[in-house]
Design a protein around this ligand. Sequence first.
Ligand SMILES: [Zn+2]
Length: 394
Amino acid sequence: MVACQSCGHSPLKEVIDLGYMPAVNAMHKIGEPVAEEPFFPTIMSVCEECELVQLGGPPPDNSKVFPPDYPYTTASSKPLIENFRQLALEVSEIKPGKHSVLDIGSNDGTLLQAFRDLGHEILGIEPTDVADIAINNGIPTLKRFFNKSLGDRLAGKFDVVTCCNCFAHMPDVNGVVEGIKKILKPDGIFVSESHYLFDLLRDVQYDTIYHEHLRFYSINSLAYLLKQHNMSIFDVKYIPIHGGSIRVYAQTVKTSKSTEWNFAVNGEPKRDDLYRALNEFAERVVISRRQFWADWLGEMVGIGAPSRGTILINYLGLNHNDIRCVAEREGSLKIGRYIPGTRIPVVAEDFALEQKPDYALILSWHMADAIMQNWRGKDYKGKFIIPLPLPRVI
Ligand SMILES: [Zn+2]
């Protein structure tokens, strides 16, 4: 059973299941021979103990999610360069003087460059080949994943540790926080930037639910996580990066009441209000998807689960939000299983008919006439969709 990545509580409560999705940055090159491409379960869940919204389901292999030829670089985005310049300035104001700065997930070194321009000492950690760009630009960078053992090696060396758009990406987040605590000097500060949960919910950004994003932080869930390691938040800034993010400042030493972040004015939904917001989000995701398929707006089931139906469904990008279930004749061994590559369940015909769907997609379309006759005979009142050679509604 999958346990909460922060507090270890289980089971997690499911918010929405997007079905199986491929790793979004494992991009095969045009012209290369066709290769196997893995798909992974893609579920958003919430922990009812610490309220962390997170990727449910088994975590995929990191090397598949972050391939060595990872195609994303920071310097390709102007707003990000400006954001990082602001961050370096802000840190210099909060903590005057010259510092040693470590950036975890330093990408092409854009943030570290901004710190160096202000006279700070810098070091980056970046596991992908993007590190080579930084190294070629003279930004000292360790090409590897950040973990506890690296924390041991760099213990007590840094005044500032930053982790921007990767603090939600790393597995074993408790080990990561312990490592960060270790490398910070006693009065050091930790700055993270992460996509903000409530912006994601507000704008139905379900397209950000993928395997690199293991956690979707609210300030509350982030505070809970850090508190488990005796770290506390002392400032938060809302920034417009990536469709709405939070920049969160934390430190190890106990903050006095006057400097601790004021959660009372923060006003994030909690408990039942949070779960209501998450449910509403899940409903809006499905509505948004259906709007896209407006021609077929309404409840749809499939008829028949032939091998060819698997290809049709995957090729059209249909999932269980579009097709509630696929009907097979009683006695079929396929009943009780999923259509491959999806979470669409195969059910007995009578169960599908009881749903009184608006549309029935005939997957064994080469036998459409017989199937339509059979279903009309069972009092089906909705329409039929015959998908090929061109979709027809009857
Ligand atoms: Zn939890």
